[in-house]
Each structure stands twice: as structure tokens, then as C-alpha cells.
Design a protein around this ligand. Sequence first.
Ligand SMILES: C[S@@+](CC[C@H](N)C(=O)[O-])C[C@H]1O[C@@H](n2cnc3c(N)ncnc32)[C@H](O)[C@@H]1O
Length: 398
Amino acid sequence: MQRHSPRRLAVVREGRVLIYIPDPRGAVTSGRLEPAWLDVFYNPAMEVNRDLSVVTASLLLEEMRGKRDLRVLDAHGGTGIRGIRYVVEAGAEEAIINDIDPYAAALAHANARLNGVTSRVRITVADANALMYRLKREEPTPIALIDIDPYGSPAPFLHAALDLAGHGSIVAVTATDLAVLEGSKPKKAFRRYMVEVYKTPSSREVAVRALLAFIAKTAAIFDKGVEPLMSVYHGHFIRVFVKVQRGASRAEKSLSQLKHAYHCINLGVVVFDEAECNGNKIALGPLWSGPLGDANIALKALSNLSEDLGSYKSLKKLLSHISVEYTFPPSTIYYSIAGISSSLKVSMPSRRLIIEELKSRGYRASETHFSPEGFRADAPPQEVVEIIKELSPSARNR
Ligand SMILES: C[S@@+](CC[C@H](N)C(=O)[O-])C[C@H]1O[C@@H](n2cnc3c(N)ncnc32)[C@H](O)[C@@H]1O
């Protein structure tokens, strides 16, 4: 662990593991830790991403137990915290923990020792793509879960990950290039993801659906289909878990879920059915129009959630929301109260009132994890817009 000089380390506890991280004292700015300044990347703000991953992986690995090797690949390991948590907390039999940086790998070694799991952890130093192509050639038994957690965009790693994934493998992907996926940088989004996206009132869900579309297209190259088991947008990241299935017909089925969505300018909504716009519209996509996840998995994750997790409260809220959201028709996109109110030029009514009104009219409506000012409903956009117009304080005072 000597790159320049012997490093000072600190120890953090996360989940059921203890992890050495580089001494954070030199990496604090304005009272906050700047993860990129550490010799090895460790971001405490991503604990919620790791907790969610551990809880979800433990469910998915349990379903595979006895049917295949429970081997996981942590392709961008950093301190090794994810791979080690998969072994200690999620029931993985073995974790391959990789990083391109030898110092990160040395720290991951120390962390495997600290947690008594050296015999179940294999540490490699390689470019993640090179490693995945090599594993594909040299180790024919499919890896149960492949975790892609790079800086920024996962796009450069998805070709190798989806090539490596076998029938039934899970690919878990983090994206933090949200400005690109949400459409603030349309040219970059097209270059990276081959998708046309622009900033819209529902851009957070558009971002998730753009990433899923890219995953489905990339899997299809290898005659594989994907089924999203969980997709979330939280803080500054998107995290998706997809199950990969082999077969040209499965690939075709996934591709059949790719559709254009439309930003209806006059209404301030984004919908998959162009006819619902009734006015000026801008096409976005192609996006994944199928389910974002499996409500049963979200419910099970919720009931297995341990209060000892550092992000227990955030995850409880997140999983409660998505377990309801995933039961809506798959191609509904959340409505933004701010977006609709702004296109109507009225002030925003409360979300509670809107949801109550929709339910009283016989529709399903719920909060969405995507935004504190968003909601999901199976009502047509025209009617949602009418309701917002009626309930707006500014309209009622007229
Ligand atoms: C966002 S950090 C990973 C954080 C870690 N998974 C966690 O949960 O704490 C990204 C890591 O990828 C490593 N990395 C960057 N480029 C890479 C590449 N081409 N192949 C493998 N690792 C890479 C970096 O050294 C860094 O440790």
C-alpha cells in the first residue's frame, strides 16, 4: 500500500463491515468530504446506494442459491466496500473486486483481511472492460451479479458487462451523469447513449428510461433481453438492477419496449402516447417504456430492511414509494406539479389535494420517489391538467 509514502488510514463502519478509507482530513472542504480528493474513492453519500444494493442483492442471490455459483463482480471496487458487503451481508459466496488503481486494490486487500473474508474475495487490478472480456473467455460459469459503479457514465462499461452476463445474471448499474441523461446536454446524451433527450418537467424518469433503453439495446447486440427488477433515482445517482436472459426472442421482446415519449409543451407533461398531447410536442427517445421494476422485490426489500442500516430512513421511504409506483401501468410517467402549473401559468396546488381529487374520481394516484413535487396517476393528462387548474390557489382566488 505504498504508492508515494505509507498512508494514514481511517476506519468507517457501514452495514455490518468495517472499512479502511484514506485519512479524510486532507479532503474536507467547507466541512464536507470531497471523495475525489481521497487517494482511494469513498463517498459516504453513496451509503444509500450501497445499502440498497446489499438489500436487493441478498434477495436476488437467495433466489439463485443452489442453482448456480453465487459469485459477484465488483468491477469498480474502490476500497472494496461493495464486494465485501456482498460477501458479509448479501450471501455472496465469492466476490471478485477490481480496480484500475493498484493502491485501491491494496486497500481492498486490507479491508478483506479486516473483515475476515480474504478466502472469499479475489482482488484484481485491471481496466474493468479488459477484466470482463477476460472473465468471459476464461471463466465460463456465469457471474451471478455484475456491479458497475464507475465515475459518471456507465456507458463505456455496459458492452463488456452485458457480454459477460449469462442467463439469469443480474447487472447492477450506477449512473451519476444525471445532467446528460436528464437532457441538459442533449448532444452528449446522443453521443453517449444514442438517445434524444431534452430537459423536461419529468426529466428524472426520462433519465432512468434513457439508461434502461441503452442497456436493452446493448444487451440485444448479444441476443440477450433484459428485465428491470429495480430502478431508482436518488440524490445524485440512478441505480438500476436488470436481469439478463439469453435468446434472440428475449432480445426482440426487450427492444419492443423502446418507444418515443413526447413532451407536450402546452400541458407540461411527458407521455408515451403522442395523441394525448393535443398541441405542440417534442419527441424524446427512444426510451424504455416497460416496467421500471418488480413491486414484489421492492416489497420484500422493504420487509427485510434492517434498522441498523445507516440509510434506513431514506431507504424505507424510497422502497415504500417504488413498491406502489411499480404497480402502475408500466408506461405511465410521473406528472410534475411544477411543470404543469408553469405551463398553465398558475400557482402550484398541494400534492395531497391533487392525489385526493384523482382518487375521488376513481383513478389510482400516488406520490413518486422521483420528486417531492411529483405524483403518478393512471388518469389521462388532459384531466390531470384540469384538476391542477381547478385546485390551483391562484385560479381559485380569481
Ligand atoms: C465511483 S468509484 C467506485 C466506488 C465504490 N464502488 C464504492 O461503492 O465505494 C470508481 C472507481 O473506479 C475506478 N476506475 C476508474 N476507471 C476504471 C476502469 N477503467 N476500470 C476499473 N476501475 C476503474 C476508480 O479508481 C475508482 O476507484
